[in-house]
Design a protein around this ligand. Sequence first.
Ligand SMILES: Cc1cc2nc3c(=O)[nH]c(=O)nc-3n(C[C@H](O)[C@H](O)[C@H](O)COP(=O)(O)O)c2cc1C
Length: 213
Amino acid sequence: MNSTRQHGPIKVGLVVGSSRPGRRGPTVAGWVADTAAGHPAARAGEVTVELVDLAEQRLPLLDEPVPARFGDYRHEHTRRWSTVAAACDAFVFVTPEYNSSIPAVLKNAIDYLDAEWRGKPAGVLTYGVRGGGRAAEHLRPILAEVGMAVLPDHVELGLFTDFDWSGADRSDPTAEGRIAPGDGRAEVITAMLTELLAAVRTAGRDAVPAVGR
Ligand SMILES: Cc1cc2nc3c(=O)[nH]c(=O)nc-3n(C[C@H](O)[C@H](O)[C@H](O)COP(=O)(O)O)c2cc1C
């Protein structure tokens, strides 16, 4: 596992934390990516933002015999996931609220790895009926447990305040609405990216693997 990236643009992984068919995750993360692309550091080529879609990883429920803290990965799917996460210097976790918490696919993906997270800054964006704040409350200690430096403020998008439902059939449970974040939301994403970049520069880009606990 290579957790050290000292050269080139800072790479921020936008983790799409849901995987069900018809999910809003890629739409929300796409808006974050588009917003981040307008950040001065992105325009200057100092940072790249890449979608890290958990649906594409197709991880089974954790099936590694050795806890991730020991870095002894036995399965190809774990090594593939490790390579994707290790290549990022920081993360923004884009997650819905599912039953007052985060989706199982996101918790599972976090549990698979350890050194790939350790020491890296993380921002959190949640979405849900009322913004998904309870998912953020659960995600924050999980990220701290794997050694991430979590930004103090998270961003929330509400399904009825940051999506446009005009023309949508409200009786259709699969209707998506169109993402239309309210005033100031883009500025908050830009500020989050600025904070992440500052944290990466302060911490350095050499994540410290910790083995055994
Ligand atoms: C299993 C499940 C549980 C949910 N629980 C909540 C919840 O507790 N709070 C909430 O605000 N929204 C809840 N929702 C609504 C989701 O936040 C909303 O459907 C969101 O779009 C789901 O993200 P996704 O489209 O990326 O899967 C739930 C949706 C699902 C599928």
